[in-house]
Design a protein around this ligand. Structure first.
Ligand code: SF4
Ligand code: F3S
Length: 106
């Protein structure tokens, strides 16, 4: 499966949802997740993210292993998203900020 990682938090560009052939993205207040049981590993979403927040589960950066379980957990409770929407107004300030997990809203 592919996994949405730390840098999506508070950036949330949503370009990823437009290319997913199986519509397996789910939306929280300031983060998106991929449903691991629905993702078909097509890899189309990975290059679409402007802030490089999507990884194959085998290539998750060190320290982001927790996002594998987090995507699975939140995809069960958050609503599906299939259409791009505007990113948060302050998204540029948050690109590349480390350890954004503390800012995750549920
Ligand atoms: Fe969707 Fe493909 Fe990305 Fe999986 S890898 S979330 S199927 S676009
Ligand atoms: Fe997040 Fe990148 Fe998608 S910022 S919403 S993973 S395009």
């Amino acid at each position: 499966t592919f996994v949405v990682g730390d840098n999506c938090i508070k950036c949330k560009h949503t370009d990823c949802v437009e290319v997913c052939p199986v519509d397996c993205f789910y939306e929280g207040p300031n983060f998106l997740v991929i449903h691991p049981d629905e993702c078909i590993d097509c890899a189309l979403c990975e290059p679409e993210c402007p802030v490089d927040a999507i990884f194959s589960e085998d290539e998750l950066p060190a320290g982001q292993e927790v996002f594998l379980e987090l995507n699975a957990e939140l995809a069960e409770v958050w609503p599906n998203i299939t259409e791009k929407k505007d990113a948060p107004a302050d998204n540029e300030e948050w690109d590349g900020v480390e350890n954004k997990l503390q800012y995750l809203e549920r």
